[in-house]
Ligand binder design. Structure first.
Ligand SMILES: [Zn+2]
Length: 158
């Protein structure tokens, strides 16, 4: 089973490309067993016009508290990594959004997920929407969430 790398919304006006190394990270954290814990982190990458290129997913650390039903990341540590990539790349690699796993084959966001993404979006200094990404057992769910209004769901590009 291989996760999809190219995603599209608004008839292809918005595209997201996920690098193979990032898909490999997702693959490693799939909640396959019923006792596996939820994992997650930040998504980092490039903004290319109306498109996104995701080049890195930060991974759960031993400092994150991992539970089966929800994932609470250690904000500071992940943000430190995001900040470092941003300065190392002269501001090109930036925070894109968040990912976490669900114990579902085809994941859909919980009410908490949607609320959380909207909150994170409102906190962004650059006013960009936050990309919420959920890794299921077989497929992924991607939604671009603005601080107000409806989110935009992405679908595998044809
Ligand atoms: Zn969730």
């Amino acid at each position: 089973m291989q996760f999809v790398a190219e995603w599209s919304a608004n008839q292809g006006r918005n595209l997201i490309y996920i690098h193979p190394a990032v898909l490999a990270v997702f693959q490693q954290h799939i909640q396959a067993g019923t006792s596996d814990l939820e994992g997650g982190g930040l998504l980092l990458g490039y903004v290319r016009g109306s498109h996104l290129e995701i080049v890195e997913a930060t991974v759960p650390t031993k400092f994150d508290r991992r539970f089966r039903a929800f994932f609470e990341r250690m904000q500071d540590l992940h943000e430190h990594i995001a900040q470092k990539r941003w300065s190392d790349s002269n501001g090109l690699v930036r925070y894109i959004g968040e990912w976490h796993t669900h114990p579902q084959d085809h994941p859909s966001p919980s009410g908490t997920d949607l609320t959380e993404w909207r909150k994170l979006s409102a906190k962004r200094k650059d006013k960009r929407p936050v990309l919420g990404l959920i890794v299921g057992r077989k497929t992924m769910y991607l939604e671009s969430m603005p601080s107000d209004g409806d989110g935009t769901e992405f679908y595998p590009a044809k």
